[in-house]
Write a protein that binds this ligand. Structure first.
Ligand SMILES: [Zn+2]
Ligand SMILES: [Zn+2]
Length: 326
């Protein structure tokens, strides 16, 4: 994920739009986008609502900074109130990019564990449903050692925290391992590796997976042709299991299949195309998952356009939504 820094011309920040008179149309699928927390985490909920989302993803702190950030109680309460009013669920938090729980370097590992613990604590404070983690880089050791290190680091970071004690939901905070673009030394470039890590983590922390469409494509899986997508999905179910895929990151890809280049593109404008997203959004086997875009904001309004593009792909049969209170 990259290039989601925020709003260039500040007037296009959804927070500055005039108040909505009616609730934006929703679909029966949970569709959202990574949303800026500028001005406070609770502002992300307002932005997500104005963008027409019924789920969203945030960073709970600055994504490229080690400095810890403590959430205030009023901010958490405001976030929960807004999520209830706007029916925004699940709330997904994406971990800081600097964290590498797979690395062999000890001081970096200590720092990563401490920072990851901060992510868990903020996730609990915000009553978030999911925390998405890239499994990391095993450079300097073997892949197998890397996987073992991630699992033990996660267990260590979670010590003494009750992750299954839910706030807004009954399930508590679930850690989601994201599949990656498969760059050299990076863990999670195949579904098996994600599945292996889930297996190691079971019984230690609540876990599931986040599957990114761009990463899947550039890692080499065919999700573009109908036959290829059928095979890839069958394989996903055999390794990770559909029930464990709680979030789909919906990103089109700038780069070719197998290129291992992680460059997100606007929905429908890259190598994947609209049909891929239409197929995933309407697949009954995936209907429990949330679909969240992490698309770039190159021009003002790109966030709204990408959310609306995804929503329009949901078959009309799924589009009916009960009338809402506000
Ligand atoms: Zn990415
Ligand atoms: Zn992603």
């Amino acid at each position: 994920m990259q290039n989601m820094a925020g709003f260039r011309p500040s007037e296009r920040d959804p927070l500055t739009w005039p108040a909505l008179k009616t609730a934006p149309p929703r679909t029966s699928r949970r569709i959202g986008i990574h949303t800026s927390i500028a001005g406070g985490v609770d502002n992300a909920a307002k932005r997500a609502y104005r963008l027409g989302c019924n789920t969203f993803q945030i960073f709970s702190t600055s994504p490229r900074q080690w400095a810890p950030y403590i959430l205030g109680r009023p901010q958490c309460e405001a976030m929960n109130r807004l999520r209830r009013d706007y029916d925004l669920k699940p709330l997904v938090i994406h971990c800081n990019y600097l964290i590498n729980l797979a690395g062999a370097n000890d001081s970096f590992r200590r720092k990563s564990i401490a920072t990851f613990r901060g992510e868990l604590e903020r996730g609990l404070a915000l009553c978030a449903d999911y925390l998405v983690l890239h499994p990391g880089s095993f450079r300097g050791s073997s892949r197998e050692e890397g996987l073992q290190r991630v699992a033990s680091a996660i267990e260590e970071a979670a010590q003494g925290l009750n992750l299954s004690d839910g706030g807004l939901n009954d399930r508590g905070l679930t850690l989601l391992i994201e599949n990656t673009a498969g760059a050299e030394f990076s863990l999670g470039g195949t579904f098996e590796q994600v599945a292996e890590l889930l297996e190691l983590l079971r019984g230690r922390v609540p876990v599931g997976a986040c599957i990114d469409t761009c990463h899947t494509h550039v890692a080499g899986y065919d999700i573009v042709t109908n036959d290829g997508r059928d095979l890839t999905l069958r394989y996903l179910d055999q390794t990770i299991g559909f029930n464990n895929v709680r979030v789909w990151h919906c990103n089109d890809a700038k780069a070719d299949r197998g290129s291992r280049l992680d460059r997100h593109e606007h929905i429908g404008q890259g190598r994947l195309g609209l049909d891929v997203f239409r197929a995933l959004l309407n697949d009954r086997r995936l209907e429990q998952a949330a679909f969240i875009a992490e698309t770039p904001i190159d021009d003002p309004g790109d966030d709204l356009r990408n959310v609306e593009t995804l929503k329009k792909l949901v078959d009309s049969g799924h589009r009916v939504q009960k009338p809402r209170r506000r």
